[in-house]
Write a protein of this length. Sequence first.
Length: 158
Amino acid sequence: MNSDRQNDKRWLPETEFRAIYSKVTRVCVDLVVATGNGVILTKRSIPPAVGMWHLPGGAILFGDTIEEALRSVAKNEICLEFQSYKLLGTIEYKKTESERGFYTIALAYLITESSGLLCNSDQGRAFGLFKELPEKLIPEQRRFLATHWSKICSTWRS
């Protein structure tokens, strides 16, 4: 499903990616998609954190607006479209620095009005809807979601 992004000429080959992000902070978007049945998480099938549940997310490609990045991730990772989004906060991935040689900051957006039929991608071969945080959730995302859980839950209770 990520073929649209990976075929984009702005997508970096691995060696160039590592050369650039070993020198500057990588900025991404993470989607907190709240539905009436819970928050959408996907199970990672690529490093890092293979087998862990995580928020759909990805890099903001050069020239993309935040909205374009959010829509691209929603389409390519979980096959959804959305009507509105709101910044919840930031997630700092310090672990990626030691594991992969770079530091990532994600802008996490709450999405409450989505449409489409959920699908898998090459990054996450399974997805789930969660009304409670699963055990095997990326630690930085677990801390972030726990902090914002009551606000997220209020979207499906109203």
